[in-house]
Design a protein around this ligand. Structure first.
Ligand SMILES: NC(=O)c1ccc[n+]([C@@H]2O[C@H](COP(=O)([O-])OP(=O)(O)OC[C@H]3O[C@@H](n4cnc5c(N)ncnc54)[C@H](OP(=O)(O)O)[C@@H]3O)[C@@H](O)[C@H]2O)c1
Length: 357
């Protein structure tokens, strides 16, 4: 059955793969685009990723604008949409609180309102730190009463991007509960390139990590031997997201998309270094010391690393049993994360070193 879908963030890394996957399955995809004149380039990319470009259409708009900046005609077209996928966000370090809130929090609420008003299913991407209870507690969020959160303090602790993602999550939950809307939230770990091609886009945290390794800027492993950076491959994530959208049992559910076979950070760096003929660092640098060093701007610039990125490197393990059951129920196989890392390293080395990939 072909379903009309509306995707925000469809021009981004995960979004391109989602649009390719959904269009290949025969669905019609309307992508919110700030620059709709780039539709031809997006369609070309969708074909390259195995999708069906002729089923992809642009909807001019912006998460920052009232009613998403939609024209009346587009608003009418979107009434036929069965599923709204909200992936759009400004994903970067060093954002201002005002800007990240305007795009990531208010934008998410606008998308949720649209979905609720027209009774479309909403599938939204959160982030896996929302499943790290100790972390939430440490930064002053009690998920049972998020209304008591001092958000500005949270933003100070974790940076504006992550703060706005956390705030957006609770704001959308509240909105959808008030409106009686149907929604599923998928919480991805840091996203790795495609498990077979290694395809990834510039700006992704893993690209920065690999680039730093290649350029000799990663001379010590952040954290201890127990630290890891949980990953999920983009193709596995997209399959999970799509399955959530069409599974009636997933209404009002959350799903953690995280591969618990992701190796510790030191071993992850070995996997990335090996296919490139490089040596991975062996010695560790404590995260606190690294954060302190990165608070000095010239050092942060030289090492091309931002302290905001370090919170994702942790020792916490996550319960992935429910997600694994869900994947099994839908016949979704989990790719080998070590091989996926090697493919991603080769892709980054071939396409992302000199120019944007
Ligand atoms: N990648 C990860 O490791 C990861 C992990 C956990 C969660 N997530 C979440 O997954 C989602 C997608 O991430 P991604 O890695 O695919 O991000 P991405 O590659 O940076 O893409 C971001 C997308 O959002 C769009 N966007 C940004 N500002 C917008 C605005 N004002 N109005 C309309 N669209 C706007 C961008 O459109 P333009 O082309 O116009 O810039 C782009 O399509 C985000 O919600 C992110 O927080 C990502």
């Amino acid at each position: 059955m072909s379903v009309e879908c509306f995707v925000t963030g469809g021009t981004g890394f995960i979004g391109q793969h989602l649009v390719a996957y959904l269009s290949a399955k025969g669905h019609t995809i309307r992508v919110l685009m700030r620059r709709p004149e780039r539709l031809a380039a997006l369609r070309e990319q969708i074909n390259n990723l195995g999708g069906c470009a002729s089923r992809v259409f642009a909807v001019a708009g912006d998460l920052e604008r009232d009613n998403l900046g939609l024209s009346l005609a587009d608003r009418e077209v979107l009434r036929h949409v069965g599923v709204v996928f909200h992936l759009g966000a400004h994903f970067a370090w060093g954002l201002s609180v005002e800007h990240s809130r305007a795009v990531n929090v208010e934008g998410a609420k606008r998308v949720a309102l649209l979905a609720a008003e027209q009774k479309s299913r909403l599938v939204m991407l959160g982030g896996y730190m929302l499943k790290n209870q100790e972390h939430l507690q440490r930064i002053g969020i009690d998920p049972r009463c998020p209304e008591l959160t001092n958000w500005l303090t949270v933003y100070q602790h974790v940076g504006a991007y992550e703060g706005s993602k956390l705030e957006a999550h609770f704001a959308v939950l509240e909105l959808m509960s008030a409106k009686g809307g149907e929604m599923t939230i998928v919480h991805p770990a840091t996203v790795c390139g495609h498990s077979r091609t290694g395809h990834i886009l510039d700006g992704q945290p893993l690209v920065e990590l690999i680039r730093n390794l290649v350029q000799g800027k990663l001379t010590a492993v952040p954290g201890t031997a127990e630290h890891w950076l949980p990953l999920v491959t983009v193709d596995h994530l997209v399959e999970l997201v799509a399955a959530c959208a069409f599974d009636p049992a997933m209404g009002r559910q959350e799903l953690l998309a995280l591969d618990d076979q992701t190796p510790h950070l030191q071993e992850l760096l070995v996997q990335v270094a090996q296919p490139l003929g490089l040596k991975a660092p062996k010695h560790h640098i404590p995260l606190r010391l690294l954060k302190l060093l990165l608070s000095i701007p010239p050092i942060a610039r030289f090492f091309n690393t931002d302290a905001e990125a370090l919170d994702f490197i942790q020792t916490t393990r996550f319960d992935t049993a429910a997600a694994e059951q869900f994947a099994n129920r839908h016949g979704i196989a989990k790719p080998d994360i070590r091989q996926s890392l090697q493919h991603t390293a080769r892709f980054v080395n071939s396409y992302c070193m000199a120019k944007a990939c």
